[in-house]
Design a protein. Structure first.
Length: 438
């Protein structure tokens, strides 16, 4: 998923609890009706550099859909800072859009509310079949053993972007492949008012993405095999501390990044204020901010040692956006037709090109347009060394609780307060106590 500024844990937990008992409108069994067959409301997530950029990308495609089907689509691009809570409110009230984007990491949590249309085999056949989609994208569409809660729309992975000129000026010959090399490069780049890298320290979900990958690299996880939270094991604590130490101990991130939450780290890299960026499919965003593709290189995210792969060599979560339909839709057939349109080979090429993401549809992903050097890194990561965040009902609460704990640790680092193993464990213990009890 793209980054968000998550809401307070209590609000999210309460919203989920309410939603589970009041799961949308429409038919309580299959869900939906066709009372308004000539219109749809679509909540799109903010994928581009701004909401206005998204409108310019999407509106021509929605007009094309209207011309083909006679169905008018009312578009609203929702900022990530608002999207999750608005979805949860809609699942509670039954008053939501017909079709919406969801971060793929939320799939299981929103599935548990009962407010989204299940995509069983019969429903998938209406859009061409499940086998059109790559396995890594389908793995982030809901809990195992249940019909998916959504359909993959955009696939993304984290990569390391590096400023070629800054690397040359600092005498760095190649992009770092390990975290020790990353820190060493960052220290060489951190001079003359510039910094090695930037992070969205005040963005809980961005924090969770990195913390989760670091944990995997240390052989740890945030949940047990049966889905219970386990935030305080040695591997998790070590992982979170290593991440926050990029600011606290290694000094390759500016203290002001503790307040970043709205893609400022991308802007810093685009403007030459930092030499490295860890981000999901950033090329279109960088281009929109005036950075030439020739000015930067792209490489896999570092690992502890060796090369990226499965197990401890994981270097990205499976990022992406899914397309879901509310059970309370009053244009079920139109909503299904819209999902079919948005995931068609032709639209997948158009939309994923616009957002520099990777099509989760196999035929579109194989198109030569997605064989650029940047996309090669992203596709290789998605295919070999990325893992889905936990597909458990409490995933959204996990993002909020752990992401906020890491946010608070970054605030400590920025203020000069010590970030120790004990303080990290205390923060994660508090986060675990905020999780719902079974």
């Amino acid at each position: 998923m793209r980054s968000i500024r998550a809401a307070a844990t209590g609000a999210v937990t309460l919203s989920l609890a309410l939603a589970a008992s009041a799961c949308g409108g429409g038919s309580s069994a299959g869900g939906g009706s066709n009372d308004s067959p000539k219109e749809l409301t679509y909540w799109a997530s903010n994928q581009g550099a701004s909401i206005e950029v998204d409108k310019k990308v999407l509106q021509p495609e929605l007009d094309k859909f209207e011309k083909q089907t006679g169905i008018k689509v009312k578009l609203e691009v929702v900022p990530w800072s608002d999207l999750l809570n608005r979805i949860l409110t809609a699942t509670t009230s039954g008053q939501g859009p017909d079709v919406l984007n969801i971060g793929n990491t939320w799939s299981a949590s929103l599935q548990a509310t009962g407010g989204l249309l299940p995509w069983d085999d019969e429903q998938f056949e209406k859009i061409g079949g499940k086998d059109r989609f790559v396995d890594s994208a389908l793995g982030s569409t809901g809990a195992e053993g249940q019909p998916p809660a959504a359909v993959p729309l955009y696939s993304m992975a984290y990569a390391l972007y590096y400023n070629k000129q800054m690397f040359a000026d600092a005498g760095i010959d190649a992009p770092p492949a390990t975290w020790d090399e990353f820190v060493a490069a960052g220290k060489k780049l951190s001079r003359d008012g510039k910094w090695g890298t930037a992070m969205e320290g005040s963005n809980p979900s961005e924090n969770v993405h990195h913390a989760y990958v670091f944990a995997k690299q240390h052989g740890a996880d945030f949940f047990t095999a049966d889905g219970r939270p386990d935030f305080t094991g040695d591997g998790v604590v070590t992982a979170v501390k290593q991440y926050v130490d990029l600011m606290a101990k290694d000094k390759v991130i500016a203290p002001g990044n503790a307040e970043y939450a709205q893609n400022q780290s991308v802007s810093d890299f685009a403007k030459g204020r930092t030499g490295m960026l860890l981000w999901q499919s950033a090329s279109a965003n960088l281009k929109s901010q005036g950075m030439s593709e020739d000015a930067y290189g792209i490489a896999p995210v570092p690992v502890q040692s060796g090369t990226p792969g499965p197990g401890k060599q994981v270097n990205s979560m499976v990022a992406g956006i899914n397309l879901a339909v509310f059970k309370s839709t009053d244009n079920l057939d139109g909503a299904t037709e819209f999902v079919k349109f948005m995931t068609s080979d032709a639209e997948q090429k158009i939309l994923n090109t616009a957002y520099s993401s990777i099509p989760p549809v196999k035929a579109a992903q194989a198109d030569p347009a997605f064989n650029t050097p940047a996309n090669a890194v992203l596709k290789d990561t998605l295919g070999k060394s990325a893992v889905a965040l936990p597909q458990v009902p409490d995933e959204s609460q996990f993002e909020t609780a752990v992401g906020t704990a890491v946010k608070d640790l970054f605030a400590d680092a920025a203020a000069g307060r010590p970030v120790t193993t004990d303080s990290v464990k205390a923060a994660l213990t508090k986060a675990q106590q905020q999780m719902p009890t079974k």
